[in-house]
Design a protein around this ligand. Structure first.
Ligand SMILES: [Zn+2]
Length: 143
């Protein structure tokens, strides 16, 4: 039989939620987030496909977990996420602390884009990544 299409431009979507803790601070910013602090973050990684595989899935949740959750656990969880231009980055690295550097300010928007970029690089058919920085605030990136 092969793949099951569904015509009409419709899409199947699946979402995997990944919880992780991270620290950051924002540069060029006057609010509270200019000081180092942490969040209990929640990333929602949404995959989509116009068709399902032979199992009737966009992708096995287990497979999504193995790829993107493992990456988040290894690179972002319990790390300071900083802009590479932040002088704090060098200090922490010198002290042997794990940091994850972004070219841009480590806002929820940019962290969502980074997770999106990595998920794409892993071959996941990612459509959108939403990062919940708090229970009430989220930012998402999609392409
Ligand atoms: Zn913050």
């Amino acid at each position: 039989m092969g793949q099951i299409g569904n015509g009409g431009g419709a899409l199947f979507r699946v979402t995997r939620e990944i919880h992780f803790c991270y620290g950051h601070r924002l540069m060029r910013y006057a609010g509270k987030c200019r000081h180092p602090h942490g969040h209990n973050g929640r990333a929602q990684v949404e995959l989509s496909s116009p068709r399902l595989d032979r199992r009737g899935m966009v992708m096995d949740f287990d497979e999504i977990k193995k790829k993107i959750q493992t990456w988040i656990d290894d690179h972002l969880d319990h790390r300071m996420i900083l802009c590479q231009a932040d002088p704090l980055a060098k200090l922490l690295q010198k002290a042997g602390e794990p940091v994850y550097l972004l070219k841009e300010n480590p806002t929820a928007e940019n962290i969502a884009r980074e997770i999106f970029r990595v998920a794409r690089g892993q071959g996941l058919p990612v459509r959108r990544v939403t990062l919940w920085e708090t229970e009430k605030s989220s930012a998402s990136y999609s392409r």
